[in-house]
Ligand binder design. Structure first.
Ligand SMILES: [Zn+2]
Ligand SMILES: [Zn+2]
Length: 288
């Protein structure tokens, strides 16, 4: 067994970064190929997509770089609170039940955090970057502020470790399902699931959450299962031909990498402002 050295640590982290980029590239390539088959919107801004891709590259680098910090926070929280209150099975049918339990737990936590993102002004400053996309497509999937990933990594996901002692393979399997689901729901893909549309989150169901129409605001928060929206009174069942326009209600969105990266600093009272405090709604407004 080789002893760990700074060089081997560096190689290890470089490998994780490369793996992170490879996953993003593969998922975006598959998503783009699917979107060409049956798009919801035929004409979408190429420049917005390019901006999203460059932003996703920076976001991925930061999130991968934060992993040691979130891992250390998880260990500290789980150990501090005496983690693993319930021991979940890791073999046979018991493993399948464990997978479902962890999946449901993470999904309801994601639902709760997402509602907070729309309720607490500070979290909305971060989350509104994601909602500012006028064109919804696979490149929007990672258009999140890195602080959101840090908050979830340090505070939300450790809760699962506090609640359950579970095989990491099972946690990894749920992470995979959430990753696929996250890319899927942002696709510019006309998928009609009919009456099954409220069984699992999908491009039409999530599009309602991104809608720029006020009557759709604060609905369809779920990440995976619309069950939570149904239970907590935030369900909007999309009509067959309901594919609304998306974005913030005033159509403001970042048009440069700098304005995307500084977005939360420029948000004031629900509207982005320049760093000197002047409104930039007109500057950043882009008609479709
Ligand atoms: Zn949202
Ligand atoms: Zn979204």
């Amino acid at each position: 067994m080789f002893a760990s050295s700074p060089f081997s640590d560096l190689l290890h982290h470089a490998g994780l970064w490369l793996r992170g980029y490879a996953i993003v590239l593969v998922m975006m390539a598959i998503g783009a190929a699917l979107e060409r088959r049956r798009p919801i919107e035929l004409l979408q801004s190429r420049s917005a997509q390019r901006l999203n891709i460059v932003y996703a590259a920076i976001y991925t680098a930061i999130v991968e770089g934060l992993r040691p910090l979130t891992a250390a926070a998880t260990v500290a929280i789980v150990n501090g609170l005496g983690g693993g209150m319930v021991v979940l099975a890791s073999h046979g049918w018991g493993a399948l039940a464990s997978f479902v339990i962890v999946l449901l737990t993470i999904d309801v936590l994601e639902y709760a955090f997402h509602r907070l993102q729309h309720t607490w002004p500070l979290l909305w400053k971060l989350h509104s970057l994601h909602h500012s996309a006028l064109d919804l497509n696979v490149t929007v999937t990672l258009r999140h502020h890195w602080l959101e990933a840090l908050i979830k990594g340090c505070l939300m996901y450790p809760l699962v470790g506090v609640l359950f002692k579970v095989d990491p393979v099972i946690v990894g399997a749920t992470t995979f399902v959430f990753m696929i689901g996250n890319y899927f729901v942002h696709l510019n893909l006309r998928v009609d699931l009919g009456r099954y549309t409220i069984w699992v989150n999908n491009p039409q169901f999530h599009r309602l959450h991104h809608s720029s129409r006020p009557e759709h605001f604060d609905h369809n928060f779920t990440q995976l299962l619309p069950l939570w929206d149904h239970l907590f009174g935030t369900l909007w069942i999309p009509a067959k031909h309901e594919w609304p326009a998306t974005g913030l209600d005033d159509g403001v969105q970042p048009r440069s990498l700098f304005s995307a990266l500084s977005w939360p600093l420029r948000m004031h009272a629900g509207r982005p402002t320049a760093l000197d405090g002047k409104p930039v709604a007109i500057l950043d407004k882009e008609s479709k």
